[in-house]
Structures are given as C-alpha cells and as structure tokens.
Design a protein around this ligand. Structure first.
Ligand code: SF4
Length: 226
C-alpha cells in the first residue's frame, strides 16, 4: 500500500508520477526481500544502533529525492515546507545527515521516505571484483556482537556459500534492488541537503499547476519556482 496516497492523487498526469511509483515499488521489493532474509537469518542490527548515519550524508538520485519530498509533503508537511526554504530540522557539526534525529528509536526522522543506501546498509550483498556474490557484516557491528552469534562471525567478508552456512540465507543483491531506479535516471547523485529543497519546491509547483486546471504540466518548473 502506498505511503503517499494524497500526493500521488495531486500529481496524477504529471511527469513525476511514474517516477514516484517506480521508486516506491523498488522500496517495497527491498522490504519484502529483506523481510525474508531477516526471517531466515534471524540476524538484525543491534537495537537502537544508528551508527551508519553518524558523520554521513547520503548521495541520492533525483528519483529518490522526489520520493523523499513526496513522503515529507504527505507525512510532515510543515517540515517539508521548512526544508523547501532551506531549513532542515536538525543540524549536526560532524557532517551527519540533517534528517538524523538522535532521540528517536529509528533515529531517522523520515524513516518511510529514506533512500536506497539507508535501506540496504547492513542487509544486502554485492558482487566482488570477480563477480561472486559476497556479504559483509556491517562495519559498525561491534566485535562482541558478531562473536555472540551462533556460529560466531569471525570474518569481515563471506562468500555466498559461506553466508548460507553461517547465517542461513544471503541478503538481497544491492545492484538488483537499485537497478531499475538507477537506469531510469542519468545516474547523477546529489547530497540530500543539495537536492531535497528543490525537489519539494518542484512538487509544490506541480501540485499547484494541477490544482489550477493545467492538465499536462511538463514537470519542469520555471527557474523562479525551482
Ligand atoms: S536519511 Fe535517515 S537513515 Fe539515511 S542517513 Fe539520513 S537520517 Fe540516516
């Protein structure tokens, strides 16, 4: 079920509509495949960790930023409008993502709208240089957490067959999960704080155009609006 029903309705017929559906469908696929991996492996991030957001701000595709903008407008409109003016809800001195909320259980203030990297971190596999599927336990997992696992996880990288043995399943392949979204854009990425304000402005402009009876806006706001 979509997390952005009202925004989708307001954007019907615009050029961003299919991008939003496509990104959401990739996110749903990640959730389903990771759900399967978590069930089979029974291996999760340590409760309340959030270390992967520290000192890090994701580089994201335009489509991911559009989805994030739509999710914010649907679920946190006041915050979305502030971000459109360049005012992010949090500021951290060490380069930590401006959407990171240290006192919340999930830490991410836009959990349902977070981008690919934040969904895949710690729960995905990738192809090594030789093309083999490999899995690395998240680099932030403490040594004692890995050693408490049965069997103890003593290596920092496992081949596909080793992962099956020690964990019971191989997590989804990162490139499979992001492939469709990457190929539908030119692959250029931007830091969240660089692109999110513009994307919220763009959606607000498109929504306004649709409300005013313009039935086929081309998705390219005027420079003043963008
Ligand atoms: S978007 Fe959310 S999960 Fe991703 S780095 Fe920012 S705060 Fe962390």
């Amino acid at each position: 079920m979509t997390q952005i029903p009202n925004i989708l309705k307001k954007l019907e017929g615009t050029s961003v509509y299919s991008t939003l559906l496509s990104i959401e469908s990739s996110y749903e696929r990640i959730e389903a495949e990771q759900g399967d991996w978590y069930k089979k492996s029974n291996f999760n991030c340590p409760s309340g960790c959030g270390s992967c957001c520290h000192g890090f701000e994701p580089d994201i595709l335009e489509g991911e930023a559009l989805y994030m903008a739509a999710w914010l407008l649907e679920n946190q409109e006041f915050t979305a409008r502030k971000i459109a003016e360049g005012e992010f809800p949090f500021s951290h001195e060490d380069g930590t993502c401006r959407l990171f909320k240290s006192d919340s259980p999930f830490h991410c203030s836009i959990y349902g709208g977070r981008p690919f990297i934040c969904r895949l971190f710690g729960a995905s596999s990738f192809r090594s240089r030789t093309g083999e599927k490999v899995w690395r336990p998240c680099k932030f997992y403490p040594e004692d957490y890995l050693l408490k696992h049965n069997p103890p996880l003593q290596k920092r990288q496992y081949s596909e067959s080793e992962t099956e043995i020690v964990i019971g399943a191989v997590p989804p392949l990162m490139s499979d999960m992001t492939g469709d979204a990457s190929s539908s854009s030119n692959g250029e990425t931007f830091l969240i704080h660089e692109i999110l304000p513009q994307m919220i402005q763009r959606l607000l402009w498109l929504i306004d155009m649709n409300d005013n009876g313009n039935d086929n806006p081309n998705g390219t706001p005027s420079p003043a609006a963008a």
